[in-house]
Design a protein around this ligand. Structure first.
Ligand code: ZN
Length: 283
């Protein structure tokens, strides 16, 4: 022990410099649960001078943003509900691989729901207008919002019990496949819908199936979406605070009143509950 200390004490500044360089090399931090359908909290720590950092994951690229208080490049990357259980994550700078890690993704069985619904309602799912409604939501999420708006954990947007969980596979009328991209909260018509975290209203529309729709951007690829709203308390472009009333629960789109709440990472639905218990560094 003493001998080692004496050895280190004898090093010159020149001999130390490679050690200092190694310390400032960009470091990959992955937090959250590596589980199918969950968000992955990706950070590259310690290099503000880097630029154009992107995560290559499941064949798609996701931009990272420099977050000053965290001294890190950050982004929230979606793990698909069908993601392979071995998957490589690459961080690229201007197209060149900077960091990479092979991940084990835990499989998760979200269960299957067999639903019988009115054939006319089912047909409306395939209506070009419904597809256009969904595309418009996605289009609103294309622009990178590089500010982390939230502080602390997200909150439930409506004080009501969960009636349908996230991720259930669905088979409608015995043949049509789908899956539940959000979480349903059984609120009453007119009950307040609150922003689960600070953000900006980026989309407001009336969909033929989704009904009255709002989407918020919370930054770094994180978005929330609300369907079947009765009424709005905000308009597109508004900045909202955590807990602020943004709308009221309804049944627009032809449903019994409830709140369908989605959380998305770069447009892809992920488990909303993951945001209620964020990794410590991300609160
Ligand atoms: Zn739903």
């Amino acid at each position: 022990m003493i001998g080692r200390r004496r050895f280190l004490g004898g090093l010159t500044a020149a001999a130390l410099s490679p050690w200092v360089m190694a310390q400032s090399a960009p470091r990959l931090s992955l937090q959250g649960a590596a589980v199918q359908g969950f968000p992955l909290f990706v950070a590259v720590v310690g290099e503000p001078t880097l630029s154009d950092l992107r995560v290559d994951w499941e064949g798609k690229e996701y931009a990272l943003s420099w977050v000053e208080p965290a001294s890190a490049w950050r982004g929230v990357v979606p793990i698909g509900i069908d993601c392979p259980t071995r998957q490589k994550l690459c961080v690229k700078q201007a197209g060149q691989v900077l960091l990479e890690r092979e991940l084990t993704v835990k499989a998760r069985d979200y269960g299957t729901q067999y639903l019988s619904i009115n054939p006319a309602t089912l047909a409306s799912y395939d209506d070009p207008q419904n597809k256009a409604d969904d595309q418009a939501i996605l289009a609103s999420m294309k622009r990178l919002d590089d500010r982390q708006h939230w502080q602390g954990n997200f909150q439930l947007p409506c004080d009501a019990p969960e009636t349908t969980g996230f991720g259930q596979r669905r088979l409608y009328n015995g043949w049509k496949k789908g899956w539940h991209k959000g979480l349903d909260l059984g609120g009453w018509e007119g009950q307040a819908v609150m922003a689960p975290a600070a953000g900006k209203v980026i989309h407001q529309a009336r969909g033929i199936v989704n009904g009255n729709t709002l989407a918020l951007s919370h930054g770094l690829g994180v978005f929330s979406v609300y369907f079947h709203l009765n009424d709005y308390a905000v308009v597109k472009g508004d900045q909202v605070e955590a807990g602020q009333s943004i709308a009221s629960v309804g049944g627009t789109g032809g449903f019994a009143p409830h709140l369908h709440w989605e959380m998305r990472a770069f447009g892809r639905p992920v488990h909303p509950k993951a945001f209620l218990q964020l990794p410590a560094d991300w609160r």
